[in-house]
Design a binder for this molecule. Structure first.
Ligand SMILES: [Zn+2]
Length: 261
């Protein structure tokens, strides 16, 4: 009988200990989950520069981001820079690495005048860009190196990439989707546009270029506007002043990606 009592007591003690350990485990687990929640929230912090850039197109504020692709070129970039300076507008230039190498002084001028220098690949040649994901990443990194040399900043990092022809273009879509996943590894994001004057599509009159911009920006909040500082199809500098005046009349203010840092 005594033996049974002792056995009962130790069984009781055993269950009490088990209960206490479970309670302790529960609290440890609870505290850990709070901590890991905090960590994962900060990892997807909505206020990172990259998130702000990639969500621009969905914003309601009347802010216009003028972006000029494919330069720098002698025939266009200086004229565009003159007008931006006269209008006191800061823009973003998505430069092509090989053109930066040809005209570093133009990139230096754009940078010194407060424009954001962003990355549009080294070759702008899709067949070369999409050989494999390493060549894609190398095109971005070597463009940053060229920009750095032009503006005298070692380890220059633009953080913003625009796919030649845009991420939204159907050609090479699968490769773009796959390679874009590597962009966060090099601290990069990408952005397309939500308004444009179609200056690279075909020859337009100046009135038509302006009208293309009006049509594509109608009823939109924040605008990321695609233009080109090249002159092989159209001369956007001829309509740039009117385009800026039109946007100002519509209540727009101008920013570039520095405003998001
Ligand atoms: Zn381009």
């Amino acid at each position: 009988m005594k033996l049974v009592m002792i056995k009962k007591k130790s069984v009781f003690k055993f269950f009490i200990s088990l209960f206490c350990i479970s309670i302790l485990n529960f609290f440890v687990f609870y505290l850990f989950s709070i901590k890991s929640n905090t960590l994962s929230t900060s990892a997807i912090d909505e206020n990172t520069f990259q998130n702000k850039v990639s969500s621009l197109i969905n914003q309601k504020e009347k802010i216009a981001y003028l972006t000029f692709d494919d330069g720098p070129t002698l025939t266009s970039t200086p004229k565009i820079l003159d007008i931006l300076s006269e209008e006191n507008v800061k823009a973003t230039f998505f430069v092509v690495g090989k053109h930066v190498k040809e005209h570093p002084e133009l990139v230096k001028r754009a940078y010194d005048e407060g424009h954001y220098i962003a990355n549009h690949s080294y070759s702008h040649n899709n067949d070369r860009l999409y050989i494999n994901s390493d060549s894609f990443i190398n095109e971005i990194l070597s463009t940053d190196v060229e920009i750095g040399k032009a503006i005298g900043i070692e380890n220059y990092h633009s953080h913003v990439f625009r796919f030649p022809n845009g991420y939204m273009a159907p050609r090479y879509k699968a490769k773009k989707q796959e390679y874009a996943k590597r962009l966060p590894d090099i601290d990069y994001t990408y952005i397309d546009w939500n308004a444009l004057n179609k200056d690279s599509e075909k020859k337009y009159s100046n009135a038509e270029l302006l009208n293309n911009l009006k049509e594509s920006s109608k009823n939109k909040g924040t605008l990321v506007i695609l233009m080109h500082d090249t002159s092989d199809v159209n001369d956007t500098h001829l309509v740039l002043k009117d385009s800026i005046h039109y946007l100002k009349e519509q209540g727009y203010t101008f920013q570039n990606f520095y405003n998001l840092k």
